[in-house]
Ligand binder design. Sequence first.
Ligand SMILES: Nc1nc2c(c(=O)[nH]1)N[C@H]1C(S)=C(S)[C@@H](COP(=O)(O)O)O[C@H]1N2
Ligand SMILES: [Mo]
Length: 509
Amino acid sequence: MGKRLTTILLIALSACALACCLWACSGQPQQSAPKESATASEPAGDSPEQADGVDAEADRIKMLQGEEKVAAAQEFYAPKVTTEDDGTQIQLVPNDPYMWNTAILKGENRGCVAEGCHSSLIDAPQLLPMTHPKLWNPYNVDASLKFCYMCHSKALFMQDSMHALHMDSDEFKGDCNSCHYINPTTGEHEMWDLVKYDTAYMGITPVPEVAGDFSFTQDSITPTDQVFYYWENANHQGITPDNDTSEEAYQNWEIKVGGTVESEFTFKLTDFEDQMVDRVYKMDCQTNPPGGAYVANVEVKGIPLSVLMEKAGVGADWNALHSIADDGWDVYPLPKEYVDQYKDDILLVTEINGEKLGMLQGYPVQLWTPTLGGCHYTKRVVELSFANDPVEPKYFKGFTNPKTGEMFNKPNTAIFNYANGTIFKAGEAIEFEGFADAYEVPVTAVEVSLDKGKTWTTYDLGETDTMRWVNWKLTYTPEKPGSYLIKVRAVAADGSVSTDPSQLFFNVQ
Ligand SMILES: Nc1nc2c(c(=O)[nH]1)N[C@H]1C(S)=C(S)[C@@H](COP(=O)(O)O)O[C@H]1N2
Ligand SMILES: [Mo]
């Protein structure tokens, strides 16, 4: 009985979806909402005459039959190829012989970066009516919707806010199918962008047991201009400041060490220059999304916390170390347990890659708390206070998926530098590269799949250092033209495996 009802419901739902789709997509390819311009006010898109021509051709093809229809449809509905400024050719929809992906699914008109919608999810939040921290995309990874889920699945309920924003907007001309996909098995609305390559599109060639040349290093250094930045600020308004980066600002910077210590003192950064040490450390943002590259590995120079603790005479009567910034940032104090274990590693950093910190990194000083999430790396510290808090503070070492209770970004990987949809040449080597990290847990393997996760090729790393990232490289030579999907995940020493592998869709000609 229950089963029958479900079946009826499913049929009703599918019929409804089909009707909806036929209604929404008649006269195709059509433009939906305008691509955002700097002011998001000038609609771009086909002129009415162009749209008429396109509609006429679509109508003409419908009336054709046999080979003639195949040929006309294959030409008219061929997935779009665009050329980037650097000459890279991009095709976002896989080829398929029936033109299913373009003519029926209308792949090109769906998802956040569809024709006429957002140019990038990184920039989209800047068009909100309120402030949002600037997102920045070092290593040019493919920014997926999971970038938004990190903060919003928990804090601000994306489902309702995204519906409210879009359904209420004059610029959004789409419908349910613009953003959603109806899972044929469950009948549930899923996010089109998150499932299109895995379940919706035809034409992706599976390659079992990937054979490529793998190597990794923990020594590679992020160039300073690729180091991510994130300013949320104590007021959570997310406005990037414009702080003084003059030599005097460094010379005059003062930090107070206080709280439950024998002798409070205030010092200048210059007072401890001869006790500064050089290290290579990673920073992995606490909310680095699955597949995101809010991670850096750099040479840092700074004052070890242990030096300051010794001078102040820090006893045992405290449970939290507050690092307070000049913007009031004191959001993620450190528990004593962590400080005791890492006090020689925690640095008040004044230089990255041999140069004074940039303004974005918190000139003139940032507290580096290795292996923890970036939220603990307080910029522009003015006070270190050893305190007795009512409850021992929590520390952050990766993000929990509120829906599943599993870690969302631990272990995590990203695939660097290639744009999603890049077209490569058959027989030519592709150099995939990325990072793998699991905060305080060593990463032990990187795994790769070219058949949507049916088979994984495991590359063992042996023992890795948690103070630094794993920078992996995979050289793979595709032999046959076609469309492919590569997935990468990591394994950590505690047995955990990335729940959300990073992925890149690519084509070979
Ligand atoms: N004073 C201050 N420190 C801060 C923040 C901030 O908003 N204000 N953001 C934190 C977060 S969430 C991260 S991930 C790191 C980012 O450091 P970076 O910009 O140097 O990469 O800074 C941390 N320190
Ligand atoms: Mo962060």
